[in-house]
Write a protein that binds this ligand. Structure first.
Ligand SMILES: [Zn+2]
Length: 312
């Protein structure tokens, strides 16, 4: 049974991988439960019963968490992320201008019983230039304060971060998982090792663009290929060093479909030359850590069902 535990450690149920605007419009007034149930069943049909969402500002993942339970699955959600006002992250959550606002918003967030706290610590990549990323959104002290506040409530913290500098700060501030983490040096890999941090490198969003030769990005594809190549090299190094790497597809983001995205992620991880069994085992063990899954959670899910889903 253990071998068949498939965990996608980074998804966005409010998005569909095809049309950002249209996908969100469907949940505009209230989350569309039929759509969400269909997406969850898609995951289940592929043997993926454990999911971790990045949050949204439409209550989609909050509602989906209940549906997942009905489906005999586990969906972990931050409910919504807390992002720096005026910066990246508005579709993921609610804005905070400073730590006073964080305190208020965090107290409100706790009433929804989040499974973890999600913080967008940087913006996203700019494909016009290698290594170009939106600014860092919080000071180290702010990030540290938010992370410790979550830990006081026994919550894991999922930090979205690009660039070596941002990732180093996030690890030292106590992040449990680093999401994306593009443009790293070996130093951050060693830091993750020392701090037992889980890295969710989300290869699929870029890897799928490279594979599909997406016309939408025809002017940027060379940079994208360059970023992807550097990133896969770091992931290979991370496996070599024994860094905890989990498989998170970022499904919902452009060109990454729910369900299939997880297997895309595994393929991209395998393209680094790491053996498939090693990848599956890392995805399971480190996915469990990222989702804070205990053996009894696994048992509940598998006792709920007769068939045990497996990877092809
Ligand atoms: Zn994401």
């Amino acid at each position: 049974m253990q071998e068949n535990i498939l965990i996608d450690a980074h998804i966005h149920l409010a998005l569909d991988g095809i049309d950002f605007k249209q996908a969100r419009l469907k949940h505009k007034d209230t989350p569309d439960l039929n759509i969400l149930r269909a997406v969850l069943r898609k995951y289940k049909s592929l043997g993926i019963r454990f999911l971790r969402d990045g949050g949204d500002n439409l209550n989609v993942s909050l509602y989906a968490r209940e549906l997942a339970m009905e489906e005999g699955m586990i969906l972990r959600t931050p409910v919504y992320a807390l992002y720096k006002k005026g910066r990246y992250g508005s579709f993921l959550g609610r804005p905070i201008a400073d730590m006073a606002e964080f305190k208020d918003e965090f107290a409100r967030l706790l009433s929804f019983k989040p499974d973890h706290l999600k913080i967008p610590f940087t913006g996203i990549m700019d494909f016009s230039q290698f290594g170009k990323v939106d600014a860092i959104n919080f000071t180290f002290d702010e990030l540290y304060y938010m992370i410790q506040s979550a830990k006081d409530k026994n919550l894991n913290v999922m930090v979205h971060a690009y660039t070596a500098v941002a990732v180093r700060m996030a690890i030292l501030a106590g992040a449990d998982t680093i999401e994306h983490g593009y443009f790293l040096t070996d130093d951050e890999l060693y830091l993750m090792l020392e701090n037992d941090t889980v890295w969710v490198p989300t290869l699929a969003p870029l890897g799928n663009l490279v594979k599909q030769n997406d016309l939408r990005f025809k002017n940027e594809i060379q940079i994208i290929e360059q970023i992807y190549a550097a990133h896969t090299q770091k992931v290979a190094k991370a496996f070599e060093l024994g860094v905890r790497v989990a498989a998170g597809s970022d499904a919902g983001s452009h060109a990454v479909c729910h369900g299939k995205g997880f297997f895309d992620e595994l393929d991209h991880l395998a393209s680094t030359g790491i053996k498939k069994e090693t990848i599956l085992s890392a995805a399971r063990v480190n996915g469990m850590k990222a989702l804070n899954l205990e053996q009894h959670d696994i048992a509940i899910v598998f006792n709920n069902t007769d068939e045990v889903g497996g990877a092809s």
